[in-house]
Each structure stands twice: as structure tokens, then as C-alpha cells.
Design a binder for this molecule. Sequence first.
Ligand SMILES: C[S@@+](CC[C@H](N)C(=O)[O-])C[C@H]1O[C@@H](n2cnc3c(N)ncnc32)[C@H](O)[C@@H]1O
Length: 193
Amino acid sequence: MAPVCRRTNKEMHRFSRLTSREIISVKSCVQSLGRRTQIENVLKVLKTRSGSLVDIGSGDGRIVIAAAKSGFKAVGFELNPWLVWYSRYKAWREGVHHNSSFYISDLWKVSFSEYSNVVIFGVPQMMEQLEVKLQTELQSSAKVVACRFPFPTWTPDDVAGEGIDTVWVYNAKTFKPPIRNDKDTERQELMTN
Ligand SMILES: C[S@@+](CC[C@H](N)C(=O)[O-])C[C@H]1O[C@@H](n2cnc3c(N)ncnc32)[C@H](O)[C@@H]1O
């Protein structure tokens, strides 16, 4: 059996030993996130894109799994280990474990530089700090999709959906400061002297 399946079996065993209180807590988180329209909006705005996708704070894995089904190589980073084990189990059950990975990680300790599509459904208080992090790390070909809460200073390229299912799309080209090479700096210095 492939190593991924062995890992999933071990996680399923761990998942099956949750206490009833832990099951209720995971279930309520999963139910509160189970909004199809929001996922549809995310996939709609990324329909011309391909390659790697990361969901920052992946919750129960619904976005990563839907993205993997749409052909992305999808990855989720999530602080809550129960949600990560649940996501891995769900990805295995839905047959997308080869196209998806989930890590128990703090988003502030991970670099997102390798991802060309980034999805975030965070809380408003974190968005300003996340702008700075993504602006530094992402390549200019990347796209960022913010669910429910937009980024405070970036200008979106596109908006889809309405109400709590709204998603905002940002093109990294528009928020990355232009790369200046040595020739530009020299020219600038000559002009000012
Ligand atoms: C609103 S939920 C969104 C879940 C998922 N992206 C979705 O749309 O279904 C936010 C998730 O971020 C996770 N989270 C919060 N702080 C985090 C951190 N510092 N590092 C990683 N995940 C975090 C929470 O545990 C929660 O599952």
C-alpha cells in the first residue's frame, strides 16, 4: 500500500478515538464552514488558472478538496490538528489524496512563495498583516482570493458572489512593488545629480 494510504489509515484510527466532546467541536466547525456557494465562487474566479493552490487556514479541507477535484495541486495549512486529520480522511474518502496535502502548521511560520493560487478565509484582524506577508512572499504571477473579508489596502481585480459568500480576487502584479534593477537605480542617481 502507498505511504499516503498508510498515513491516512493511522489518522483514521486516531480520528475514530475522538471523545464525544471533541467530535461535537469538530462537527460544529465543519457545519459552520459548509457553504457550497462560497466554494463555487472561489472555483469560478480561478477557472482559467492551474498549478498549485494553497488554502491558508484550511479548516475542514473543503476548499482544498474542491480545488483538487478541479485539477489543482492543492495544499492546506491549518492550526487545528483534528481538522487536519479530518481533511486528510475526507480527501482519501473522496479520492483526491494524490492531489492534496494538509499540514498542521501556523500560517505565520510558513512561506507561501511557491504557490501560484492562494485562498484565504480569515478574520478581518489578520488581513493587514497578511497583506504584508503575501506581498513579500508571492511571485508576481500569483493570484489571491479572499473569502468574506477583503484585504484592507489592495485593489481587487474582480469580485464574485454576494453577502457572506463574496470573494475578492487580487493579482499579485498589482500589489507587488516593481522590481528595480541596478540600471534603474543608476539612471535615477544620474538624473538627481
Ligand atoms: C474561517 S475558517 C476557514 C476554513 C477554510 N479555509 C474554509 O474556507 O472552509 C479559518 C481557519 O483558519 C484556521 N486558523 C486560524 N489561525 C491560524 C493560524 N495561525 N495558522 C493556521 N490556521 C489558522 C482556523 O483554525 C480555521 O479553521
